[in-house]
Design a protein around this ligand. Structure first.
Ligand code: DNO
Length: 356
């Protein structure tokens, strides 16, 4: 396992790489080119500049999150083959620059969804939260305005303004796409990119849907054990794998995460570890990483990852906003660094127990 930290790039992330390198055990960053729209090719010099920034600070680029997939590919529009060609070119470029893990998602219209970005907790911190009733009662456009005003002026990953400006049109594109169609479209995309993944050894790590059920009537296809196995079988190549995101899968209390991990030996290429507190069906809020603070057993999750021999990049995921930090919701420095310290402790203890 490689401990890493998500970093949004110079000019986007207020957290300097020089601070990230001081987090104990953190060897690399997970990043992307934030100005790239889905369907655009990544140039070699930009990838090299990213690598150089990291290397100048004693870090590596441990993977890309995300190379985003265009709506033309997700909804099988007439120009999907052109976008797939572009995606392949980008993977070829990344592969030739030594990048071996690419995270992406196949959620229509929205990436992750929350109803609140800064719910106050009794410890004085704030967290992201989700309430299905609230989501059911609002128009996605109203939600966009709320998200905007609560995001501390940061562009939220997955909520890029260029996309959100076209929200109505985006909903239209998916009018005839149900979950079966979406899965077919995903399999079509994966089949096309597997040769370049085989060429360079690039592991594709699909991110689960967050939350793990349909929102705003849009289909979802990566929600739990069964659906994940379906998509892995649809294109049965070891490079077709997943991002094991405990917070996304853990939004549904029916998902037994250690069991899911054990069933995915060899196909977990990236892990996002964080905790989540279930309130009632369809209602949850994020928590500190510690098992005791939420509903997930982080020790069992770490053990399951060790048991399947997971050796890919792992990162803490959304943290609380603490100590007066004004950061991107979920992506401040302090609580994610605390998350790493805690996860390092779990993994060290598990390794040592294993050696007895
Ligand atoms: C949210 C993130 C997601 C994730 C994408 C991967 O905080 O986990 O935005 O990066 O779904 O493409």
């Amino acid at each position: 396992m490689k401990m890493t930290f998500r970093w949004f790039g110079t000019g986007h992330d207020p957290i300097p790489l020089a601070h990230i390198r001081q987090i104990p055990g953190c060897v690399g960053v997970i990043t992307t080119l934030y100005d790239k729209q889905p369907g655009e090719t990544w140039e070699r010099d930009r990838i090299r500049a990213l690598k150089k920034d990291a290397a100048d600070n004693g870090l590596e680029i441990s993977g890309i999150e995300s190379v985003n997939v265009s709506d033309a590919i997700k909804a099988a529009l007439s120009d999907r083959d052109r976008d797939i060609e572009t995606y392949i070119k980008t993977l070829d470029m990344l592969g030739s620059e030594g990048i071996r893990m690419v995270c992406y998602n196949f959620m229509p219209v929205f990436d992750w969804t929350r109803s609140e970005l800064a719910r106050p907790r009794s410890d004085g911190s704030s967290v992201l939260a989700y309430d299905q009733e609230r989501i059911d009662g609002i128009d996605p456009e109203t939600m966009l305005a709320d998200m905007d005003s609560a995001s501390n002026g940061f562009m939220l990953p997955g909520w890029e303004p260029e996309r959100m400006a076209r929200i109505k049109e985006l909903f239209q594109l998916y009018r005839d796409v149900d979950s079966e169609r979406l899965l077919e479209n995903l399999a079509y995309f994966l089949r096309a990119i597997m040769p370049v993944c085989d060429k360079w050894g690039i592991d594709m790590a699909i991110h689960p849907d967050d939350p793990a059920w349909p929102v705003f009537g849009l289909p979802r296809i990566v929600t739990g054990k069964e659906s994940i196995h379906r998509l892995l079988k649809a294109v049965d190549n070891p490079h077709n794998g997943v991002t094991l995101c405990t917070g996304s899968l853990g939004s549904n209390p029916a998902n037994d995460i250690p069991d899911i991990i054990r069933s995915l030996k060899g196909r977990v290429h990236f892990a996002h570890l964080r905790n989540v507190k279930h309130r009632s069906p369809g209602k949850f809020e994020e928590a500190a990483h510690l098992s005791e603070d939420g509903s997930l057993d982080m020790y069992e999750i770490a053990r399951a990852l060790r048991d399947i021999g997971f050796d890919g990049p792992l990162r803490p995921d959304h943290g609380r906003m603490i100590w007066g930090e004004k950061g991107m919701p979920g992506y401040g420095l302090y609580d994610r660094a605390l998350g790493i310290a805690y996860l390092n402790g779990l993994f060290e203890a598990i390794d040592r127990e294993g050696r007895r």
